[in-house]
Design a protein around this ligand. Structure first.
Ligand code: PLP
Length: 396
C-alpha cells in the first residue's frame, strides 16, 4: 500500500502556508520527479534558492567531502571553509566584514542589529528603519514588522517599534519619512515576494545619494537577488548603488541552509558578544557555499543569466502580445512575473503543474518564475510551451 503523504501532512503540521498538490522525491538540474515518477520542470527553484539547480555535482561533492571530514564545530573555534568563503565573498564584493547564519530572515535580523548598534554609537541613538510597502524580509517578528505586508504582522502585535513603510520606487517618500531618528533605508533591489517589482533604473542611485546626504545607512536585502539572479553577481551592481550592509541567503547555497550579511568597515561596529549563532557558517554549509559561489564566478553565470534574461523577456513579451488578459511582464535575468487582469494566478499555476511545470503564483493575479541559473534555453522553451498550452484556457 502506498503512503498518503499529503494526508499525513494534513494531520501533523501547522498549516502555515498552502502547498502545491505534489510530493517531490528526486531532483536533477532543472527537473524534479514526484512520488509516482512524473517529471516536472522546476521554475520555482526552492523558491529562487537553487542557483545551480537540484543536486548539482559541485554541491553534492562538497557535501560528501566535507561530511566525511568535519560537519560541525562551534563558532568558538576557527574552521577553514567559513574563512575561505568569507575571503571569496569579500574579494568579489564591496564589503569588508561578514557574518554567516542559516537563512534570509536571520541575515536581515543581524543586519538590523548591526545598524541599530551603529545608530547608538555613531548617530545619537537613531533607530528608525525605513522600508518599503510590499517588501518581504522573512518571518521573524522583526522581519514581518520590517516587511510590507500587513497580513503577516497583524496577528503578532505588539510589534517591535522603529519601522516605517513607504511606497517602493518613490525616493521622495523616503525623503519625507526621514527625520532625526532615521537610521537606515532597508530595501530589496527588486521586490521578489511582493510580485517581482522592478524599480526605475535610477531609484537606488537616488536612494544612495539621499542616504549619503543624511548620513544614514543603506541596507539591501539581496536574499533573492544575490548571486547572479538578476544578471550581475549582486543586484546593487546592476543599479550602481553600493549599500553599506547587504544580506544574502538562498542562491549562496543552492539548496543548503546558509545566509550571510556583510558590511563596510565604517559600520562594522559589532564587538565580541554582540551577535552569535550555533550553526551559522558551519563547515558543511560554508564548504557548499564556497563551491557554489566559486562555480557561479568561475563560469560567468551572471553573464549567462543576463543573456537568458533577454530571451525570457522576448518570450514573455510575445505572451503579452498574444493574450490580452496578460497585462504586465516584469523582471530581470532569471526572476520574472507575468501579471493577469484578474486573480487567476493560482489556477494557472495548478494547470501548469498538471502539465509538468512548477511555477509560483506570487500574487493572486501574477505568476513568477525563478528557475535555476543553470537552466538551458531548451528547458526554457519547454516551459514556455507549457504556458502557451495552458494560457488559452484562461482567455475570457
Ligand atoms: N528576504 C527576501 C528578499 C526573501 O525573498 C526571503 C525569502 O523569500 C527572505 C528574506 C527570507 O528568507 P528565509 O526564508 O531564508 O528566512
Amino acid at each position: 500500500m502506498t503512503t498518503d503523504w499529503r494526508a499525513l501532512e494534513a494531520r501533523y503540521f501547522f498549516h502555515t502556508g498552502k502547498r502545491m498538490p505534489v510530493v517531490l522525491v528526486r531532483g536533477q538540474g532543472t527537473r524534479v520527479w514526484d512520488e509516482n515518477g512524473k517529471a516536472y520542470l522546476d521554475f520555482f527553484g526552492g523558491p529562487a534558492a537553487l542557483s545551480l539547480g537540484h543536486c548539482h555535482p559541485v554541491v553534492v561533492q562538497a557535501l560528501v567531502d566535507q561530511a566525511q571530514k568535519l560537519i560541525h564545530v562551534s563558532n568558538a573555534v576557527y574552521s577553514i571553509p567559513q574563512i575561505q568563503l568569507a575571503h571569496l565573498l569579500i574579494q568579489n564584493s564591496a564589503f569588508d566584514r561578514v557574518f554567516f547564519c542559516n537563512s534570509g530572515a536571520e541575515a536581515n535580523e543581524g543586519a538590523i542589529k548591526l545598524a541599530r548598534k551603529w545608530g547608538k554609537e555613531k548617530k545619537n541613538g537613531a533607530y528608525e528603519i525605513i522600508s518599503a510597502e510590499n517588501s518581504f524580509h522573512g518571518r521573524t517578528l522583526a522581519m514581518v514588522t520590517a516587511g510590507g505586508t500587513e497580513r503577516y504582522r497583524a496577528p503578532y502585535a505588539p510589534l517591535p517599534p522603529g519601522f516605517v513603510h513607504v511606497p517602493f520606487n518613490d525616493v521622495d517618500a523616503i525623503k519625507r519619512a526621514t527625520n532625526d531618528r532615521t537610521l537606515a533605508v532597508f530595501l530589496e533591489p527588486i521586490q521578489g515576494e511582493g510580485g517581482v517589482n522592478v524599480p526605475d533604473d535610477d531609484y537606488l542611485r537616488q536612494v544612495r545619494a539621499w542616504c549619503d546626504e543624511r548620513d544614514i545607512l543603506l541596507i539591501l536585502d539581496e536574499v533573492q537577488t544575490g548571486f547572479g539572479r538578476t544578471g550581475k553577481l549582486f543586484a546593487y551592481e546592476l543599479y550602481g548603488a553600493e549599500p553599506d550592509i547587504i544580506t544574502l541567503a538562498k542562491g549562496i547555497g543552492s539548496g543548503v541552509p546558509l545566509g550571510a550579511f556583510m558590511a563596510k568597515e565604517h559600520c562594522a561596529v559589532f564587538e565580541p558578544g554582540d551577535h552569535g549563532t550555533t550553526y551559522g557558517g558551519n563547515p558543511l554549509m560554508t564548504r557548499v557555499g564556497h563551491a557554489v559561489v566559486s562555480y557561479i564566478i568561475e563560469n560567468n553565470i551572471p553573464d549567462r543569466v543576463a543573456d537568458l534574461g533577454e530571451y525570457v523577456q522576448r518570450r514573455f513579451a510575445s505572451l503579452e502580445d498574444r493574450f490580452d488578459f496578460v497585462v504586465d511582464v516584469r523582471g530581470k535575468g532569471l526572476i520574472w512575473a507575468v501579471q493577469f487582469d484578474r486573480d487567476i494566478g493560482e489556477a494557472v499555476t495548478l494547470r501548469c503543474l498538471e502539465e509538468g511545470l512548477i511555477a509560483n503564483n506570487v500574487r493572486p493575479n501574477a505568476l513568477r518564475i525563478t528557475p535555476p541559473l543553470t537552466v538551458t534555453e531548451e528547458e526554457l522553451d519547454e516551459g514556455f510551451a507549457i504556458l502557451e498550452r495552458v494560457l488559452p484556457e484562461f482567455a475570457s
